[in-house]
Design a protein around this ligand. Sequence first.
Ligand SMILES: Cc1cc2nc3c(=O)[nH]c(=O)nc-3n(C[C@H](O)[C@H](O)[C@H](O)COP(=O)(O)O)c2cc1C
Length: 306
Amino acid sequence: MSGLSNSLRTQLGPVSLRSPLIAAAGTVGSVVDFAPVGALESYGAAVAKSVSPVPWPGNPAPRIGSSGIGMLNAIGIQNPGIDAWSTEVGPRLAGVAVPVWGSAVGGSPGDFALVAKGLEAAGVAAVELNLSCPNLEGERMFALDGEAAAAVVAEVRRATGLPVGAKLSPNAEDIVAVAGAVVDAGADWVVLTNTAWGFGIDIATRRPTLTRGVGGFSGPPLKALSMRCVWQVHQAMPTVPIVGCGGVASADDVVEYLLAGAAAVAIGTAHFAAPRVGARIRRDLERYLRRQRTTVVELSGGGIPW
Ligand SMILES: Cc1cc2nc3c(=O)[nH]c(=O)nc-3n(C[C@H](O)[C@H](O)[C@H](O)COP(=O)(O)O)c2cc1C
């Protein structure tokens, strides 16, 4: 069906992917609505917007804005809650041309487990745990604390047989410790990373770019921060499967993440300017692999320390 080169195949823990490209959570809606405008055939998986146990309204506008070539957002995980999500999105998952992963968010390990169970029942192929959303009022960010993050993973592991990925934050003081803790608790891979905390101000209105003030910073300038996390985690724990995420806009960016230690690479903000960006990146990546006579698997972790 896909017509993808075999050189794109990769392995993320227990999950085989036909392509190392993953559509990042929150940038392709529920995936089912993105299908008509996106290039889903180029991806190995697509992650739906995070879902909580009950409906969340999100933050008041403005909740997205630009910051140079980067982007600020404080959407606040607006979502209908797992029950409505299962009814609205679940029945349409099977018709999508890519494995759809669910993303769970919540305020406690029990919240995450409840959502993960619901996502499994709705038919997702894997579940990502959004331990690192920077935009939640009064909620601590689990990904800043290895013990707290591990408690969520352990509870989810007990609740579901699905493969589980843990999405971490570039703001963690010790990313290696947090990654180690979630893997010990049963995560099958880590996603490095979610957005970083950022801030901007409009000089005409003198108001912050976002009503919430501080929000999540994404896009090209995030790449160096997320790459740092990938490199450090891979150097410390070479067998831990990693999804690189942050600022990817080209096939060269994907190759960089692979060399640093990622087994797969997620594309996020780039979808807003070009929903079909995945097709271009996939084509350029296939060309690169052909020219270099190599494969994604061979490149993964192939960076050579000085
Ligand atoms: C508008 C917006 C909404 C997002 N919503 C989610 C979300 O619901 N769950 C999640 O895990 N990450 C969410 N993210 C983070 C992205 O999945 C990704 O990790 C981050 O943007 C970094 O990658 P990028 O620089 O390629 O965008 C969101 C990002 C943006 C820009």
